[in-house]
Structures are given as C-alpha cells and as structure tokens.
Design a protein around this ligand. Structure first.
Ligand code: UDX
Ligand code: ADP
Length: 441
C-alpha cells in the first residue's frame, strides 16, 4: 500500500518535529499537521524564528519543506478526509481526577481524536499511535473507531512510539537508534506495518526498523523511559551517599560507566529529572501494574519517582539549611526554568519545584532562562501556586544574579558555567566549577 498523504493530529513537541522530518525525507508525500489550538498552527506558519517549539535545527528543516509538501492547518476534518495515514500526536498527561487520578494517563485527548477520525473518515485509513500510551490503548481506539465510524470504512491501528529527546529531536529523528512499529498480526495489519516501514526506510537503515505486535510496541516505550529514569534515580540516590562518605559522584559515575555492561550514559547526577515523559510514563506503568495485581512490581518502579522527589527536595532543603532555616529577606537567583538545556519546555521542570519550596520558605526569587518565554514562566508560577509577588523574571543573566544572596543553577545551559567566584552558587546540574554546593560532592 502506497501512502500519498499523511495527516498528523497534534502540532506539539512530538508532532511538529517528527512530521517536519518525514516531509523532508519523503518529498513525494504531502504531510499536513493539524491542531485544535489555532494559535499554535499560526505560529508554525509564521516566522521561522518564532516556531512554537524550540529545537536546534528545526527551523532549517521546516524552512526546507513548508509550503511544498509540509502544511500546518486548522482544518482538521479536511486533512483527515484526504489522508491515507493519520498520526495521533496529542498529549496524554497524568489524570487529574477520577479513577487513577495522579497515576494513570488521561486519554481524553486521544479519545476525542479517535472520535473525530471515526466521524470524518469516508475511506480506509491507517491510524498510527505516536503519543505515548498505556499498553492496550489500541483496543480502546479500535472500539471508538468501530462504534462511531462509517460501516464500509476499514481502520488499521499501528503503534509507532516516538523516542526523540527534546533538545536533540532533529538529530534523534535523523539518526534513530531504532524505529519501532507495532501492528496486528493479520494480513491487513502487516500491510499497514509495511506501509509505515517504507516511509522510514527512506532514511533509516532497514535493520534499525523493528516490527512487533502492538502491545510490545506500546509497552516498550513506557519501559524504555522507565529504564532511563531508573538510571538517573540510581545515580542520584548514590549522590546522597557520596556527600556523607567523601566519595565524589562524578568519579563514581565514571568508574561505574566504564564497565561496558553498564555504559556511561544517563549516569549524570542532578537535581532530578524533569520533562513531559519520565514521571508520567512511570506513573502510568505503576498504575498498569497495580491494575494487574502486581503490587511488588508497581512499588519497585514507583521508587524511581520517590527518589526523584527526594532529590529535588534535598537540593532546596540544602539551601534552606545553609541559610539558617529562614529565607525571609533573602534573594535567590534561579538560573534555568526549562527541564534541561536547549529546550523551551518547562513541563515537570525541577526548577518549578525548587522555586516553590524556596518561596514557601520566605525567599524572593529572580528567574532567568534564555529560551523560556515570560508567559510560560508566569503560567507555571500560577499553576503551581507559587506566590507571584515573591518572583521577578529577568531578561539576562547579569540582571538575574545582581544583588542576590545565592544563585541556584537548574539547567545545564552553558552560559551559567562561568559566573565568577564571588557568588554563592548552588549547582543542581554539576556544570559550575566555582559552585559552593554541587550535588554529590
Ligand atoms: C526522554 C527520553 O530520553 C526520550 O527517549 C523519550 O522519547 C522522551 O523522554 P526527554 O524527556 O526529552 O526525553 O529528555 P532526556 O534527555 O531524556 O532528559 C530527561 C531528564 O533527565 C532531564 O531533566 C535531564 O536533565 C535529566 N537527566 C538526563 C539527568 O538528570 N541525568 C542524566 O544523566 C541524563
Ligand atoms: P507532546 O510533547 O506529546 O507533543 P504537546 O502538548 O506539545 O505534547 O502537543 C500536543 C498537541 O495536541 C497540543 O498542541 C494540543 O493542542 C493538541 N491536541 C490535543 N487534543 C487534540 C485534538 N483532539 N485534536 C487536535 N489537536 C489536539
């Protein structure tokens, strides 16, 4: 089966960059990205300097195909109707209320998406799950498509989880370690799998394209993120032991990582992991384990999150203790608001948690991040119930570190590396040599 037109529902951190790369590598395919958020679509169609997602290399890739075979549109129905293949790249946050609140993934956006596809589609479609979903979601999507869809229309559902990391998305998409495609083991399922394999094979070596059943593919995404996060929580737990014993976490990390069975990556101690995936996906997996009655397995993975909370808290508490337990009248510079360098995404950023704890203890904070906009920082401050009157947002580093009692570094943005010796620096990312306190040292 040949795919001529693709529609992607969801123009966010996953949908935008992934579709831009598919359009670039497959000039014969027309790719249309749609979203219910029309401001987002307008930004994707606006100046390349102001795309809604910041990723190194993204504006060049978008610039190459936009208007040729890559389109961003508000007309969701038309794009669905015309497409042979539809990617679902909508957000799946942790549920806030109802059964499984605080743990399970909220599938309301996915369900809405499936309903729209069902109602609009008048010809056969391959529907691809791109968003990270709990294992067996395809079953739910199939039910919705069956219930609301036109009788004569056939749907095939594939799972094709995204493994890109923010900040390196374009590089990750160009040179993926692997592409995972899960499909039904029926004839029509395998034809759909092949159609998607043919797309990726335009730039990914065939031996790196792995095909599995749908459930393995869905679970592999959750499990990959859980394993990566587990390494960070493991090294972060050891950072606390290093501080007590005089061992040095960087030396420990190097010594452990040189064992080729372990390897060096994701062993950097930090103030904790953030981002839209790790916490959400582990909680999701914990919930699944509980659902299937696997209490011990659930508790094992839940501990990865608990160590992460412990680490964020430990960093803020260290500052509070060193300042004598009362931060009233103290001014603290927060350098970095995103969850890591090279992204404008602040979802689950440790900076938010640390700031809340410091402000709750009486501090005034000055915040600077070169990539995160004022409106996003303000939104986070409000969403997390941080006292806005205790926060000011700065335009540059100099303004931020001027006349403060202490500087907290919360992303590994290289500009925070050399701030001068006369400041009291607490480094949550291990990049500043002059830091008074660095985790694990
Ligand atoms: C992650 C996965 O890497 C990616 O494959 C998946 O598709 C989505 O989730 P992302 O959240 O974008 O990607 O960023 P990642 O680079 O994995 O970093 C996550 C967090 O872990 C960041 O807060 C980062 O600072 C932290 N981290 C990473 C550490 O604290 N130490 C490390 O050694 C590595
Ligand atoms: P991710 O990091 O998973 O890409 P984002 O929040 O950046 O998550 O992007 C998801 C996008 O999906 C958002 O822009 C949101 O407006 C969009 N979206 C959610 N539900 C729907 C829907 N039913 N139809 C179209 N777009 C949707």
């Amino acid at each position: 089966m040949k795919v001529n037109r693709i529609c992607c529902i969801g123009a966010g951190y996953v949908g935008g960059p992934t579709m831009a790369v598919i359009a670039l590598k497959c000039p014969h395919i027309e790719v249309t990205v749609v979203d219910t958020n029309s401001n987002r679509i307008n930004s994707w169609n606006g100046p390349l300097e102001d795309l809604p997602v910041y990723e190194p290399g993204l504006k060049e890739v978008v610039g190459e195909s936009r208007g040729k075979n890559l389109f961003f549109s508000n007309d969701i129905n038309l794009a669905i109707e015309r497409a042979d293949m539809i990617f679902m790249a909508v957000n799946t946050p942790t549920k806030k209320e109802g059964e499984g609140a605080g743990m399970a993934a909220d599938l309301k956006y996915i369900e809405a998406c499936a309903k729209t596809i069902a109602k609009v589609a008048k010809s056969d479609k391959i529907v691809v799950e791109k968003s990270t979903l709990p294992v067996r979601t395809a079953e739910k999507i199939k039910d919705i498509l069956g219930k609301y869809g036109h009788d004569e229309v056939q749907f095939e559902i594939l799972s094709n989880p995204e493994f890109l990391a923010e900040g390196t998305a374009i590089q990750d998409l160009f040179k993926s370690d692997r592409v995972l495609i899960g499909g039904d083991e029926t004839d029509s399922g395998q034809k759909a799998v092949q159609a998607l394999v043919d797309i990726y094979a335009k730039w990914i070596p065939i031996e790196k394209i792995l095909t599995t059943n749908v459930w393995s593919s869905e679970l592999a995404k959750l499990a990959s993120n859980a394993m990566l996060a587990q390494r960070i929580s493991s090294i972060n737990s050891l950072s606390a032991l290093c501080e007590k014993t005089g061992a040095n976490i960087d030396e420990l990390s190097k010594a452990i990582g040189m064992d080729h069975r372990i390897g060096p990556k994701f062993l950097k101690a930090s103030v904790g992991f953030g981002g839209s995936c790790f916490q959400k996906d582990i909680l999701n997996m914990v919930y699944l384990c509980k659902y299937y009655g696997l209490e011990e397995v659930a508790e094992y993975w839940h501990q990865v999150i608990k160590i992460n909370d412990y680490q964020k808290n430990r960093f803020a508490q260290k500052i509070i203790d060193d300042l004598g337990g009362d931060l009233r009248g103290k001014k603290i510079a927060i350098l970095g608001w995103a969850f890591k360098a090279n992204t404008n995404d602040s979802r689950e950023s440790p900076a938010i948690y640390v700031t809340k704890k410091l402000v709750d203890s009486g501090a005034n904070v000055k915040i600077f991040d070169p990539l995160v906009s004022l409106s996003i920082i303000m939104r986070d401050i409000e969403d997390f119930g941080i006292n806005i009157n205790a926060c000011s947002i700065c335009n540059n580093i100099e303004e931020c570190i001027n006349a403060v009692d202490l500087v907290a570094i919360l992303t590994e943005t290289l500009a925070y590396k050399d701030l001068g010796k006369d400041l009291s620096i607490y480094d949550g990312r291990g990049i500043n040599k002059e830091a008074k306190y660095t985790i694990g040292k």
